[in-house]
Design a protein around this ligand. Structure first.
Ligand SMILES: Cc1cc2nc3c(=O)[nH]c(=O)nc-3n(C[C@H](O)[C@H](O)[C@H](O)COP(=O)(O)OP(=O)(O)OC[C@H]3O[C@@H](n4cnc5c(N)ncnc54)[C@H](O)[C@@H]3O)c2cc1C
Length: 498
C-alpha cells in the first residue's frame, strides 16, 4: 500500500522527472485496494474537526485548526493526496502583497475586487469575494512564514496582463504538487493524523440536526468519525463524475477531457444535498485545452496569436481570437470527436521550440514541409490545406480575415507560408467545477432556506458561491487557503465558547 510517507518519497523521485510526469504518475496510480470483507463496524473515534479530502483546502483547515488548539483529523479516500491540487500549476492570486510590492506591482484592493466580480459576470457572492480580497494577503504571508512555502518570481498573466499570480516554486514538481507536499509536511510536523484509504460516505446528524460526524469506509470496515466542533467537506468538485457533469452541464460538456484528478467525484454534492444544502452555480466550470493521452498542456500554442484552428476534417470552426478557454469549449461542443488541431508554421518564432517540448512529452505533433504533406499526414486529402491556406493568406493580404466563415479576428496574424508546418492536436478539457453547496463568509454550508448548518463547512472546489463563468488565475488555490483558515477559525471560536 502506498502510505503517505511513501507518497512523499515517490514525489521526490517524480521531481527528477519533471512536472508533467508528476501529474501522470498521480493519475496512473492504482485505486486503493478495498478489502471485500467489510461487514465489520469499527469502533468510532472522536476528534474536534473531521476534515474530508487531502487537498489544499482540507490540509490548510487542519493546520490552522491545530494551531488554534483543536484536534483535527484528515480523511482521504485514496492512498495519496489525489485531488486537483497536485495538477495545479500553483499560482495563487493576490494583490498588494510584499512579494508583489518588491517587484514593483502595486495593484489596489478595489481593482482586484472589481475584476473578481467582473470575471464572474457579477454573479459571485459579493460577501465571499470581499472575504477573499481581505484575507488573501495575510494568507500568502501565512503560507510563507508558517508553512515555509517558497514562491517564485511573479510574471505577467496572458490575461489581464496583471501581476496577480504568485507562483509556488515547484522545484521540479507542479507548484500545486509542491504546495501539497509543504502542507503534508506541516501536518506531519504537528502530528495531525492524515488517514488515507478512508472515504467519507454519509454525514451524521444529532437530534438538533447538527452535523456531528461522518460514516466512513476504511480498508478494515465501516467506521464513524465523530466531530465535536465541525465536519469540513474538502472533497473537491465533480469534474470526474460524468453523470453529474451531464446532469448539470449537458451532454457535450460531459465529454470534456479531464485536466485534473479522476477522484473528484462530487461527494461535495452527494453528501450535502440529502441534508437540504443549497446547491449553487451547478452548471459552472472552468475548461482548458489538454492532450488526453499525455496530459500535455497546449495553452501557449493555441494562444500563439497566429495560426488556424481546424477540426479533424481540416475545416475551421471557430474564431482564432478565442481564448484557450473558449477554444476548449468550442472544441468540445462543435466537433464530433472533441478534438482539434492548431495549425501553425515557422512564421511563429516559438514553433520549433513548442514542437520539441511536445515531442519531449511523447505528445503528437504533425510536422510537414508543405500544406499537402501536412494534410496527408493527418489522413486528409492534400487539397484541403492548399485551399484553406490560400484562402486564409489571401484574406489576410486583403485585410478581410473578418469576412471569413467563421471570422478570424486575430489582431496580428501572420501568413501561413513558411515551412515547416505544424499541427498540434488538442481537446477540450475540464479544469474544475464551480458548483456545490453554498457557503457563507465563515465557510459554513447554508441550507436551501439560507440558514447555516451547525457544524458543517465546505472549502476549496467543494464549496459553491465564489466562482461563476471564469476565475482570476490563481484564485482557486487562493480560495482553498482563505476559506480553509476561516473554517478552522470558526470551529475554534465555537470550541472556546462550548
Ligand atoms: C491542470 C490544472 C491546473 C490548475 N492550476 C491552478 C492554478 O495555477 N491556480 C489555481 O488557483 N488553481 C488551479 N487549478 C485549480 C486547483 O487545482 C483547484 O482549485 C484546487 O486544487 C482545489 O483544491 P481542493 O482543496 O478543493 O481539493 P483537491 O485538491 O481537489 O482534493 C480533494 C481531495 O478529496 C478527496 N476525496 C474526494 N471524495 C472524498 C471522500 N468522499 N472522502 C474522502 N476524501 C475524498 C480526493 O481524493 C482528493 O484527494 C488547476 C487545476 C487543474 C486541473
Amino acid at each position: 500500500m502506498l502510505t503517505r510517507r511513501n507518497w512523499l518519497k515517490a514525489g521526490v523521485a517524480a521531481a527528477a522527472a519533471g512536472t508533467a510526469s508528476v501529474a501522470q504518475a498521480a493519475t496512473g496510480k492504482a485505486a486503493p485496494s478495498r478489502k471485500s470483507n467489510i461487514n465489520k463496524t469499527l469502533p468510532s473515534e472522536t476528534f474536534d474537526c473531521v476534515i474530508l479530502g487531502a487537498g489544499t483546502g482540507s490540509l490548510v483547515t487542519a493546520i490552522e485548526a491545530f494551531d488554534r488548539g483543536l484536534k483535527p483529523v484528515v480523511l482521504e479516500k485514496m492512498s495519496w493526496a489525489a485531488g486537483n491540487s497536485i495538477f495545479a500549476s500553483g499560482g495563487i492570486a493576490a494583490w498588494g502583497t510584499d512579494l508583489q510590492k518588491a517587484q514593483g506591482f502595486n495593484e489596489t484592493k478595489e481593482a482586484f475586487r472589481a475584476d473578481m466580480m467582473k470575471v464572474s459576470q457579477n454573479r459571485a457572492d459579493p460577501a465571499l469575494v470581499d472575504t477573499y480580497v481581505e484575507n488573501i494577503g495575510p494568507d500568502i504571508e501565512w503560507l510563507q512564514k508558517k508553512i515555509g512555502v517558497k514562491f517564485a518570481k511573479i510574471r505577467s498573466l496572458p490575461w489581464p496582463l496583471l501581476h496577480r499570480m504568485i507562483p509556488v516554486d515547484g522545484q521540479g514538481l507542479t507548484g500545486g504538487s509542491r504546495l501539497i507536499r509543504y502542507l503534508l509536511a506541516a501536518c506531519d510536523a504537528r502530528k495531525i493524523p492524515v488517514r488515507f484509504n478512508t472515504k467519507g460516505l454519509k454525514l451524521i446528524t444529532d437530534n438538533q440536526y447538527r452535523i456531528v460526524g461522518v460514516e466512513c469506509l476504511t480498508d478494515d470496515g465501516l467506521k464513524n468519525y465523530m466531530a465535536r466542533d465541525g465536519v469540513v467537506i474538502g472533497t473537491g468538485g465533480f469534474s470526474a463524475n460524468r453523470a453529474m457533469l451531464c446532469r448539470y452541464m449537458g451532454g457535450p460538456l460531459s465529454r470534456l477531457v479531464l485536466r485534473g484528478s479522476q477522484y473528484v467525484t462530487g461527494e461535495n454534492v452527494s453528501m450535502t444535498e440529502p441534508l437540504g444544502a443549497m446547491l449553487v452555480h451547478m452548471d459552472q466550470f472552468h475548461c482548458g485545452p489538454i492532450v488526453e493521452n499525455t496530459h500535455a498542456n497546449p495553452n501557449f500554442v493555441i494562444d500563439a496569436g497566429t495560426g488556424l484552428d481546424v477540426n479533424c476534417q481540416g475545416q475551421r470552426f471557430m474564431d482564432e481570437v478565442f481564448t484557450y478557454t473558449q477554444k476548449s469549449m468550442a472544441t468540445a461542443t462543435k466537433t464530433a470527436e472533441n478534438k482539434a488541431y492548431h495549425i501553425i508554421d515557422a512564421n511563429w518564432p516559438r514553433s520549433e521550440m513548442a514542437a520539441k517540448k511536445f515531442l519531449g512529452m511523447n505528445s503528437e505533433v504533425i510536422i510537414a514541409n508543405t500544406p499537402e504533406e501536412l494534410a496527408r499526414k493527418m489522413g486528409l486529402k492534400p487539397e484541403v490545406f492548399t485551399k484553406l491556406f490560400a484562402e486564409y493568406n489571401k484574406a489576410l493580404a486583403d485585410g478581410k480575415l473578418k469576412e471569413m466563415n467563421p471570422p478570424c479576428s486575430l489582431k496580428d496574424p501572420k501568413p501561413l507560408n513558411k515551412p515547416p508546418y505544424y499541427a498540434f492536436p488538442f481537446q477540450g478539457g475540464i479544469t474544475a467545477t464551480f458548483g456545490g453547496p453554498k457557503i457563507n463568509s465563515k465557510a459554513q454550508i447554508v441550507s436551501n432556506e439560507g440558514v447555516p448548518f451547525k457544524g458543517l463547512y465546505a472549502v476549496g472546489n467543494a464549496a459553491g458561491g465564489l466562482f461563476f463563468g471564469n476565475y482570476i488565475g490563481g484564485s482557486q488555490l487562493g480560495a482553498a487557503t482563505v476559506f480553509g483558515r476561516i473554517a478552522a477559525a470558526d470551529m475554534a471560536s465555537k470550541h472556546k465558547n462550548a
